[in-house]
Design a protein around this ligand. Structure first.
Ligand SMILES: Nc1ncnc2c1ncn2[C@@H]1O[C@H](COP(=O)(O)OP(=O)(O)OP(=O)(O)O)[C@@H](O)[C@H]1O
Ligand SMILES: [Mg+2]
Length: 353
């Protein structure tokens, strides 16, 4: 997941990359000199918003976010707002209007499979395009990547992760597991303290995104006010409606070049309606898993029907039966309980089978 390119060879734009020299608490003049940047515009000059948006690829990235992701209206709106803020911040800096860099640390709350990781990837891309992150990669971690088992292990572990995330987005999934209220001596506290320092002092080197369920995250922020106060943008990811899940499924099928027969489409809607009410339902992730299973069944159906010539359409088509054989249709509600359904793309044990 964490794709880390080499250091950028040159600064992409004619303004200092925030996070590098020349963007911080110093007076504007001094900054500009340091970064060797073009002269500050005179007060009566004009700047072109459209050109700025073009240069940063802001509209392009937002448009892709819009077409690639179904629904998520409130999320898209918030990201557009952040993007607008940064475009204006860049324009202001052209005139040497000094202000501190906007805080960009965020929390993404919502149920599993609502698109948090996907949106974080897009956000990293956006921030890189705008010059607020040098690399724009995403480092996806959980408590286990940050917190050690023994005394003295946590700090080096956390620092190693932070080093990898420099210039990009550090995405901490289920961030509240860092804090264990019942255990004062928990090493998680040490990781939190290091993170707090970095979030304050290295705001230009990295953007931290804390992800997880909303209610647990709220409790976490209440217990760790320092963390809460460093988060500028709280973005909530709503659960998808049935129609949205259908659209997501359609999008995934298109991407993989499959098609539902008419009956299969109806069967899939039926499937989702049932699956939504069952345990461990994970929104878009469950849709993806279900389609993977359908694809497997389609393949066995095709391979095990002997003595037939196949057309292209046969290979493209998912039939109702490929859906209806799912265990979701037999009344057995509970599969074996997996410890954690996150990250498992097969769906075998997640209830999609
Ligand atoms: N709105 C959407 N439109 C299309 N595909 C989506 C949408 N939301 C999520 N997906 C797809 O669903 C899958 C799960 O999404 P993602 O991993 O971003 O969710 P998540 O909120 O991070 O989940 P988790 O909490 O389980 O980590 C991905 O394959 C993603 O491409
Ligand atoms: Mg995720």
């Amino acid at each position: 997941m964490a794709q880390e390119d080499d250091e950028p060879k040159s600064r992409p734009f004619g303004i200092p990359t925030p996070g590098q020299r020349g963007y911080g608490g110093k007076p504007a003049e001094e900054e500009e000199e340091e970064a060797g940047q073009p002269d500050r515009l005179p007060d009566d000059a004009t700047v072109d918003v459209d050109a700025e948006k073009k240069e940063t690829h802001a509209d392009e990235i937002l448009a892709r976010l819009d077409t690639e992701l179904v629904g998520l209206k409130p999320v898209k709106t918030r990201i557009k707002e952040i993007s607008d803020l940064l475009v204006v911040d860049r324009l202001r800096r052209r005139f040497g209007i000094g202000s501190t860099r906007p805080t960009l640390h965020m929390s993404f709350t919502g149920s599993p499979g609502t698109g948090k990781t996907t949106v974080a990837l897009r956000m990293a891309e956006l921030l890189k395009g705008m010059g607020y992150l040098a690399k724009g990669h995403l480092v996806n971690v959980t408590r286990d990547d940050l917190v050690g088992q023994y005394i003295g292990h946590t700090a080096p572990k956390t620092r190693e992760v932070l080093k990898r995330a420099m210039g990009g987005v550090l995405f901490i999934d289920e961030a509240y597991y860092l804090y264990r209220q019942e255990n004062e001596r928990d090493y998680g506290q040490e990781a939190i303290e290091i993170l707090l320092q970095i979030m304050e002092n290295n705001r230009e080197d990295m953007v931290v995104v804390l992800a997880g369920y909303k209610d647990r995250m709220n409790v976490f922020f209440q217990s760790n006010p320092g963390m809460g106060s460093r988060i500028a943008h709280h973005i909530d990811f709503p659960d998808y409606e049935l129609d949205e899940l259908m659209q997501i499924g359609q999008l995934m099928l298109d991407q993989q070049q499959y098609k539902f027969s008419e009956e299969a489409e109806a069967a899939f809607r039926d499937y989702l309606e049932r699956r939504m009410k069952q345990p461990r339902f994970a929104n878009a992730r469950s849709v993806r898993n279900a389609l993977e299973r359908a694809r497997l069944r389609q393949a066995s159906r095709i391979v095990n029907t002997t003595g037939r010539q196949l057309t292209k359409a046969d290979l493209l088509r998912i039939e109702a039966d490929d859906i209806r054989q799912s265990r979701v249709f037999s009344d057995e509600e509970d599969g074996p309980a997996p410890a954690d359904s996150n990250g498992d793309e097969t769906g075998d044990e997640n209830g999609e089978g």
